[in-house]
Design a protein around this ligand. Structure first.
Ligand SMILES: Nc1ncnc2c1ncn2[C@@H]1O[C@H](COP(=O)(O)OP(=O)(O)OP(=O)(O)O)[C@@H](O)[C@H]1O
Length: 665
């Protein structure tokens, strides 16, 4: 070390020609500590670490361009303790010396001097015993028992390995065995269906919204034909397809002679960022600094010269975000678009129907009226159509002909999901989320079923196998799938209404108990009579044929008759008419408390989506007796007796308990 006095380095002593040499640290570059008159060979007592040796070998000769061995001792921050002993910096920092010491510590003598002053140093600088010449362990560890532990200033590197592993710790561990119940879920037949409903998934073509599409197309084409601007304000609740339709229409039309910018205002920090964004999209860089942003945009969108030919289409999504700050930006853009000589076709999108009236009153004052295009929330039927068409898009070619074929989710389950969503928000994203969850659940269940089957087949005793062999397998019966890969889009088990009922009740934060609490007396009465009827039917069943019980679920007519009989018993409750009763059932169905029973068949036994409100003409169950078809539909109650018993306290409790007892049916 050229100049180290009590731990302070005198930088002027460093060889001026010497270039800075990188130490082992990435963080700093230090000048080599080689003394001016350092001899080429390092004293034998100084032990080099791997890093110092490397420096000594690799250092190029700056003068003649040849490599030469430069004896520069550069203690790395990761060098071991005997190297540290050479530098009093470290020692002094740990063991302060009260007396100033003159002289340098650049030689062995210097070290000896310091060693005399600091007893620790002597020990540290002792030549290493021959048996320790090639220590198998790091010297730092060897020092520990002899000296009080010193808190290292830097991370101490043991051996050549970094303390913090650069690769993940588990990289070299054996792979964690997957739980047998959920093996390789990521690559099952359900993956593609799940992806269809994932957030941000490519939506494909929009289903429906024909009237809105027409209006949007005519707004744009009229503007293109007349080469004049205009303003269209699209409103509607979230997830009703506003943004998706605008993007789809813009992609469909030939807008090659229109300059387009799509701006999502939610991503703008302040309102004026919209100006910057439009300038960035429409202006040449050379125009910068000539005018204010607003002036530049105005001169483009409302040009004074009639020769200006450029036509602009700007879509501003989520414009309500611009109302938090400077509303002048939105006001100006709407005004520019509504000028008679405007070249700006502006499409604003937000949720509130009256945003322009409420938040931009100056427009009204100036008699400037944007065109309005409201998007109503999706009805249950529209939601079901979208979901069904998405699922059917997965059908293999040749199988689409059957309109009733819907993979992965039963049509009745789609109906229930759609009704739930339509009754809450009408947000299609919510419906997607629920369907995606249902697909997850049925996939999980299928895996578990396969797993159970596999375990059972492993445990079949040999005798049992022989017994089975004695009865030949039914001719034509398809072999049971033994793994997920044996399922196809067509054969994969589908989510049922029971799955959707469970998922929706969890998603909408209402369990059965909460939903029962919110029912009125007649709704509870309908449930009580239905439970009583089901109980009665079970009691009358022949125990040996349990499968028939499901096949013979009570019909809507039977449920109504029972309800009337029970209500008329001692006139405990005035019964509803048949139509009113069906309305009650329809509401209960929307809440997931009752559902349609569709008979035994593929994919499950309990279904839903009775469409009880359907008018006879729309029922589509045969032209002659539509009423009869509806009345004969099977009905299933998803509420257990104990659940309803817990929720019938309060007004009408006595009536409901008597209905539930089912006396006289
Ligand atoms: N008719 C439809 N057919 C198919 N997919 C649709 C339809 N309507 C909406 N979607 C899909 O629903 C999702 C939400 O649509 P979009 O973003 O357009 O809703 P939005 O009304 O703009 O909602 P927000 O007001 O929250 O922005 C998108 O994935 C979109 O593809």
């Amino acid at each position: 070390m050229a100049g180290t006095v009590l731990g302070k380095r005198t930088r002027d002593a460093v060889e001026p020609a010497a270039l800075p040499v990188r130490t082992g640290s990435k963080r700093r570059t230090v000048a080599p500590r080689a003394p001016r008159d350092q001899k080429p060979a390092a004293p034998s007592s100084l032990r080099r670490t791997r890093s110092t040796v490397k420096k000594a070998v690799d250092e190029p000769d700056q003068e003649n361009g040849q490599n030469k061995t430069v004896s520069v001792v550069i203690p790395s921050k990761h060098t071991l303790r005997d190297d540290q002993s050479k530098s009093p910096v470290k020692i002094n920092s740990h063991f302060p010396v009260s007396k100033p010491v003159e002289g340098t510590l650049e030689s062995d003598e210097g070290i000896a001097l310091e060693a005399a002053l600091i007893p620790w140093a002597e020990e540290i600088t002792k030549p290493i015993e021959p048996e320790f010449k090639t220590p198998s362990k790091s010297r730092f560890r060897d020092d520990l028992p002899q000296h009080p532990p010193l808190t290292p200033r830097h991370r101490v590197q043991v051996g050549a390995k970094a303390i913090t592993p650069r690769t993940p710790r588990h990289a070299d561990l054996p792979p964690t065995p997957r739980q047998s119940a959920t093996p390789t879920i990521a690559h099952s037949v359900y993956s593609q269906a799940r992806q269809l409903f994932a957030r941000g998934a490519n939506s494909g073509r929009l289903v429906g919204r024909d009237a809105e599409r027409e209006k949007l197309v005519s707004f744009i084409t009229e503007g293109m034909e007349s080469r004049t601007g205009g303003c269209l304000y699209i409103s509607g609740p979230p997830g009703t397809g506003k943004s998706a339709l605008v993007h789809e229409v813009c992609a469909d039309l030939d807008l090659s002679n229109v300059r387009i910018a799509h701006v999502n205002c939610a991503s703008m920090r302040i309102s004026r960022d919209v100006y910057s964004r439009l300038i960035q999209d429409f202006c040449e860089d050379t125009d910068v600094f000539k005018k204010s942003e607003a002036d530049r945009l105005k001169s483009m969108f409302v040009p004074s010269s009639k020769k200006a030919q450029d036509l602009f289409l700007v879509t501003l999504d989520e414009i309500d975000h611009l109302l938090n700050g400077d509303t002048g930006v939105l006001q100006s853009l709407f005004e520019w678009a509504l000028q008679s000589e405007s070249k700006l076709m502006l499409i604003g999108i937000a949720n509130a129907l009256d945003l322009t009236d409420r938040s931009l009153p100056q427009l009204k004052a100036k008699n400037l009226k944007p065109r309005l295009l409201p998007f109503l929330p999706y009805s249950a039927v529209s939601i079901a159509n979208v979901v069904t068409s998405r699922l059917r898009s997965l059908l293999p070619p040749g199988t689409e002909a059957d309109p009733k074929l819907v993979p992965f989710v039963q049509p009745a389950a789609i109906q229930l999901c759609s009704k739930k969503v339509a009754s809450q928000t009408g947000d299609l994203r919510k419906a997607y989320e629920l369907i995606k969850r249902a697909i997850d659940v049925i996939e999980q269940e299928t895996f578990q079923k396969l797993d159970k089957q596999a375990k059972e087949s492993e445990n079949i005793p040999i005798l049992g196998v022989n017994t089975n062999l004695s009865s030949p397998a039914k001719a034509g019966s398809a072999p049971k799938p033994t793994s997920m890969s044996s399922y196809t889009v067509i054969t994969a088990p589908r989510a049922s209404i029971a799955h959707i009922a469970r998922i929706t009740s969890a998603a909408f934060g209402q369990g059965t108990v909460q939903r029962l609490q919110s029912l009125n007396l007649q709704q509870k009465a309908a449930i009580c009579s239905l439970i009583a009827l089901e109980r009665k039917r079970r009691q009358l069943e022949v125990p040996s044929t349990p499968s028939k019980s499901r096949a013979s679920a009570p019909t809507i007519k039977q449920a109504f008759d029972t309800y009337c009989t029970l209500c008329r018993n001692d006139n405990i409750l005035h019964p509803l008419t048949a139509t009113e009763f069906k309305d009650v059932l329809s509401n209960l169905e929307t809440m997931g408390l009752v559902g349609e029973y569709q008979g035994r068949g593929r994919g499950g036994t309990v279904a839903g989506g009775t469409d009880l409100r359907r008018t006879p003409s729309k029922s589509g169950h045969g032209p002659s007796t539509p009423h009869k078809a509806l009345d004969e539909q099977g009905l299933v109650c998803f509420v257990s007796q104990s659940e309803i018993e817990g929720q019938i306290a309060g007004p009408g409790e006595g009536i409901l308990r008597r209905l539930l007892r089912g006396e006289g049916i």
